[in-house]
Write a protein of this length. Structure first.
Length: 337
């Protein structure tokens, strides 16, 4: 057991301070510390509190968002909402543009006999591998890049469509000239026509003795009957022959249209001559590979033969045209040439 002397020499705690026993005066004296000593004494408490505080803050923000993070999340939510609205508008614009393209190809360009724009041209992509490089590396990069691609594609399609309308506008300005040029009358006057010997389609050739495509129509009429140009154009070919089409001419009407007149007994026009619709270009004959006086007449669009029966709108009655259509779809047999 400690002696009284040793006990009183130890530092004692009384109240809120530290005291030391004075053996001479038999009293406890409060130990006074200077500022540095007090600061050093408080340091462990401060460090402990600081460490505890840091741990609490880390735990708090790992569970709860900071005000700045909450604001950023609200902003991101608004941006995503606005992006969705923008994406929907892009989709609607694409639908409107598709409708314009459809009407352009199937209405406007059809009216003016212009070829539709190929789909591969309208749907062609935008060049450049690194075109969207600046948009990569973000949280919503995929969605943003996808929308950017849609906008670029629509922009290109709009440019192509605007060029198409420029072309259609030019066609509209030249409509009168075009309508005068496109084949629109029968090459033989209806009153001079004995009969239509053969229509467009597969026919048995009377001389070659096998089925083959008959690329025009045969108009049977007396030798020497007038043959008329079906539309305005330029005579680009004149042939005199005892084989095939015999004496024949080709007229270029522009806009992709050409007409051929064959087996003529006499050619009245010259190569390079300009003709008007209704101009007499020759006389019915029996030259070349033919079994009797008639005119073999063809209409070609972009050098492909098409049914001439679709180009007799200006000089026969609806009843006559309806009868001709009926016969063309039901009559078989053989051609005259």
């Amino acid at each position: 057991m400690l002696s009284l002397q040793k006990y009183v020499e130890k530092v004692s705690f009384m109240g809120k301070g530290k005291y030391k026993f004075d053996a001479e005066n038999l009293s406890f004296n409060k130990i006074e510390k200077n500022f540095i000593e007090k600061l050093i004494g408080l340091l462990p408490h401060f460090l402990g509190s600081l460490f505890t505080g840091v741990i609490l803050v880390v735990l708090f923000f790992s569970v709860f968002d900071s005000p700045k993070e909450l604001a950023l999340k609200r902003e991101n939510k608004q941006l995503l909402s606005q992006y969705q609205v923008l994406s929907n508008k892009v989709e609607n614009l694409d639908k409107v543009l598709k409708d314009l393209e459809y009407r352009d190809d199937n209405l406007y360009r059809t009216i003016f006999e212009a070829e539709p724009i190929p789909n591969e041209v309208r749907e062609a992509g935008i060049g450049g591998v690194d075109r969207y490089e600046d948009l990569e590396g973000f949280e919503n990069s995929g969605a943003v890049i996808n929308t950017a691609k849609k906008i670029d594609k629509i922009s290109k399609k709009m440019y192509i469509q605007s060029k198409s309308y420029d072309e259609v506008l030019e066609l509209a300005k030249n409509k009168e000239k075009m309508l005068a040029s496109i084949p629109a009358i029968m090459p033989i006057d209806i009153d001079d026509l004995t009969r239509i010997g053969s229509f467009f389609g597969m026919r048995f050739h009377p001389i070659l003795k096998y089925m083959r495509m008959h690329e025009g129509m045969d108009f049977t009429s007396p030798r020497g009957t007038n043959i008329y140009a079906a539309g305005d154009g330029v005579v680009i070919e004149v042939k005199h022959s005892i084989n095939g089409y015999g004496n024949s001419i080709v007229i270029d009407h522009g806009y992709g249209y050409k007409t051929l007149y064959a087996h003529m007994s006499k050619i009245i026009v010259k190569e390079g001559q300009k003709v008007k619709r209704g101009t007499i270009v020759g006389l019915v004959g029996n030259t070349g590979t033919s079994t009797g006086p008639h005119l073999h007449y063809e209409v070609r669009k972009n050098n492909h033969p098409i049914n001439p029966i679709n180009f007799f709108s200006n000089d026969i009655t609806p009843e006559q045209y309806e009868e001709m259509i009926y016969k063309s779809s039901h009559e078989g047999g053989q051609s005259i040439d």
